[in-house]
Write a protein that binds this ligand. Structure first.
Ligand code: PLP
Length: 408
């Protein structure tokens, strides 16, 4: 079906403010259903979790519903869904937990394509354990993460392979199933950062080959909460540090403190929003999620092609990477202006884009771009339009005209 962009945009109250949001990779706008769900919980009588009274049962239900929603989104079991404040916090929890069992001579493999949230927690846990860190390198021209290198990177002492399912810097979608296969062949655990990939298409934990998959709801129309999913049997093997009286059940034992019940209701509503992106979709929520996200993906990919063609037609624009499979995310620079100055000029005109390294620290360091300001990032989300892409390109021309750069 044709993606109904007018209907989709109407679901985002913030879009009426008129800004042009090419900053979904940094956080999307919030769907109306999410706002309502959060508000409903805040207005209702809600107590801390207890089966003994109705307000306590409500918070139990909110948590259970959020686990089920994230499970449907990722193809996981509800009891495998660990909820937390951010992908970074959850990854640190897991890294500390796994790292406690690592010994000198053990190895972990991280990639230079990843957001630092799926790098530094592992590097620091390895350092604390005296384990060795091995680095997967990306191709500097294409931005691909060659799969072949993993055969050499893993060995019998490899305990963990951490890799992204979608680069938040240049969009690359690595061949995670092949990387996971290489890791599993030596008995290593695979932790996949799905923060940038999950908003842009259907996701399936098993097909990815991920043992652990991390996602953040604020990248897919929801509130600032995150989830880390695995087979519940995997969680049962692990013993995170925790308070003595807190639940030792799986997955609760990985969650610290009292959850944000209102925002958790927002997570469920965000999943329901994604499941409604294709109004003709039928079946259970997982089936509707697949249909809705596939429809959104086709829409986003058409916009990405338009954006890439427009940027490529401007000789003063340098685009970083040309990966074959990618999320709708592009990093670029305009000759003669710094990324921050380009961002500021676009910001002054109402266009929201990131600049800098967006925490893809190793990518920009390796490219030699970090010290000179990184790049500008245009990231497309399903509420963007072809007209917005054209206006962004026109605004880039205006920026270049003002700074005297011949962008066209
Ligand atoms: C690819 C990727 N991984 C991890 C993170 C960190 O997510 P959080 O802000 O939930 O810690 C981000 C945030 O931008 C990201 O883009």
């Amino acid at each position: 079906m044709a993606f109904d962009i007018a209907r989709t945009r109407a679901a985002y109250p913030a879009l009426t403010e008129g800004f042009v949001h090419f900053d979904g990779a940094g956080g999307t706008q919030t769907a109306a259903g999410v706002i309502d769900a959060v508000t409903d919980v805040l207005r209702a009588a809600v107590g801390n979790r207890s089966a003994a009274f109705t307000p306590g049962r409500r918070s139990l239900e909110v948590v259970a519903a959020a686990r089920q929603a994230v499970a449907d989104l990722l193809g996981a079991e509800p009891d495998g869904v660990v909820l937390g404040p951010s992908a970074t916090a959850l990854t640190y929890t897991l890294a500390r937990t796994l790292g406690a069992d690592w010994r000198p001579g053990d190895e972990v493999v991280v990639s230079r394509l990843d957001h630092d949230a799926n790098v530094r927690p592992w590097v620091q846990a390895a350092e604390a354990a005296g384990a060795t860190v091995r680095w997967a390198e990306f191709d500097r021209h294409t931005g691909e993460l060659p799969t072949g290198q993993y055969a050499d990177l893993v060995g019998e002492r490899t305990r963990l392979v951490a890799v992204t399912a979608g680069s938040n810097a240049i969009g690359t979608v690595p061949d995670v199933p092949a990387i996971a296969k290489a890791a599993h062949a030596v008995g290593a655990l695979v932790c996949v950062d799905g923060v940038h990939s999950v908003p842009h298409g259907p996701t399936d934990l098993a097909s990815l080959g991920a043992d652990v998959l991390v996602t953040s709801a604020y990248k897919w129309s929801g509130p600032h909460l995150a989830a880390m999913v695995a087979d519940p049997a995997r969680w049962a093997e692990l013993r995170p540090t925790k308070l003595l009286p807190s639940s030792d059940a799986v997955p609760d034992r990985f969650e610290y403190g009292t959850p944000s019940f209102a925002l958790l209701a927002g997570v469920t509503a965000a999943v329901d929003h994604l499941a409604g992106l294709d109004p003709d979709a039928v079946g259970d929520r997982r089936a509707r999620l697949r249909a809705g996200l596939a429809a959104a993906q086709a829409h986003e990919e058409a916009l990405l092609d338009r954006l890439l063609a427009g940027l490529a037609a401007r000789p003063a624009v340098t685009i970083y990477g040309s990966p074959a499979r990618r999320c709708p995310t592009v990093s670029f620079r305009v000759a003669g202006t710094s990324p921050a100055a380009t961002q500021q000029a676009l910001g002054d005109a109402g266009f929201c884009l990131s600049s800098g390294d967006y925490y893809a620290y190793e990518y920009f360091q390796t490219m030699g771009l970090r010290d000179s300001g990184g790049a500008v990032r245009a990231s497309i989300y399903h509420y963007n339009t072809a007209d917005e892409v054209d206006r962004l390109l026109a605004e880039l021309d205006a920026v270049a005209d003002r700074t005297g750069t011949m962008v066209r």
